[in-house]
Write a protein that binds this ligand. Structure first.
Ligand SMILES: Nc1ncnc2c1ncn2[C@@H]1O[C@H](COP(=O)(O)OP(=O)(O)OP(=O)(O)O)[C@@H](O)[C@H]1O
Length: 266
């Protein structure tokens, strides 16, 4: 059975904004999938559907054979902005990943089980921050904060790890660092991972499989060898449809943009 299965998923916002249209794919256990596509293609919507924040208008989404949102299937999330509690240590922040199990912030601060505490330390070790466990988040670099964000997601012991543009706000070196730790964490734990990225060169370096979304549809699904620069140009610049911006193709990498800030269902 696949770890993740989407069948004919369509998402329409409001009357007629089709964010995803008839999206179908499976992800096997332990696959590290990168989602690529231009701004507004539907990447964030796809991730929001996978973590249960948004319901598809039609179609089915299953994680380990269970509908998304069903008790028992945990989805860990790494955000573009890390959303750490700045005044707390890396360790305390990682421990908040256990919230889903313990129920309240108070219990995280006082009553965590030994298992949760061990999980937080192990997760910090996985992202190379065990020595910094007691350091306040506010005094950490952007890359370190993002690694704490990954540790926090790992503490959830998720069936699926989702990362929504996790390195968009980092410089290329820090971005590679963070992606390296995320990849290693996924490999160590055989954790199925789906990350949306804007930086194609970084995506190529770390992804095992690439799903390109354009205009809400799956435009490409394949491995590194299949992901030619021509396909990347078509994906971002649409050379094979309307032809707009076709002459710009190849002049540079698509760059990071802020996520579409849809207020609904967040
Ligand atoms: N909450 C919402 N309400 C209405 N329309 C929305 C909402 N969220 C997204 N959309 C629309 O759905 C489409 C897909 O948006 P989405 O944010 O999923 O794209 P994206 O590929 O993640 O873009 P970006 O790379 O800029 O974050 C866009 O047309 C967007 O305007």
């Amino acid at each position: 059975m696949p770890a993740v299965s989407l069948q004919n998923v369509t998402k329409v916002y409001g009357e007629d904004t089709v964010a995803l249209e008839d999206v179908t794919f499976d992800i096997e256990q332990g696959e590290f999938v990168v989602v690529l596509g231009p701004s507004g293609a539907g990447k964030s919507t796809l991730l929001r559907i996978l973590n249960g924040l948004t319901n598809p208008t039609s179609g089915t989404v299953e994680i380990n054979d269970r509908p998304v949102g069903n008790a028992g299937s945990a989805v860990g999330m790494v955000f573009q902005m890390h959303y750490l509690i700045e005044s707390m240590s890396a360790y305390r922040n990682a421990l908040t990943g256990a919230l889903g199990r313990t129920g309240s912030l108070a219990s995280v601060l006082t009553l965590n089980s030994k298992g949760d505490k061990r999980a937080a330390l192990e997760a910090l070790d996985t992202v190379g921050l065990l020595e910094e466990a007691e350091q306040r988040a506010s005094s950490m670099s952007g890359g370190q904060k993002q690694r704490v964000g990954i540790a926090r997601a790992l503490v959830q012991d998720p069936d699926l790890l989702l990362a929504d543009e996790p390195v968009s706000s980092l410089d290329p070196k820090a971005a590679r660092d963070v992606m390296g730790y995320m990849k290693r964490a996924a490999e160590d734990r055989n954790l199925t991972t789906l990350a949306s990225l804007h930086q194609v060169n970084i995506a190529r370096e770390f992804g095992d499989r690439f799903i390109g979304i354009r205009d809400g549809e799956v435009f490409f699904d394949g491995d590194r060898d299949d992901l030619s620069m021509e396909i990347v140009d078509d994906l971002y610049y649409g050379t094979d449809t309307e032809g707009e911006l076709a002459s710009d193709a190849g002049e540079g990498q698509p760059t990071a943009t802020a996520s579409t800030d849809g207020g609904e269902e967040r």
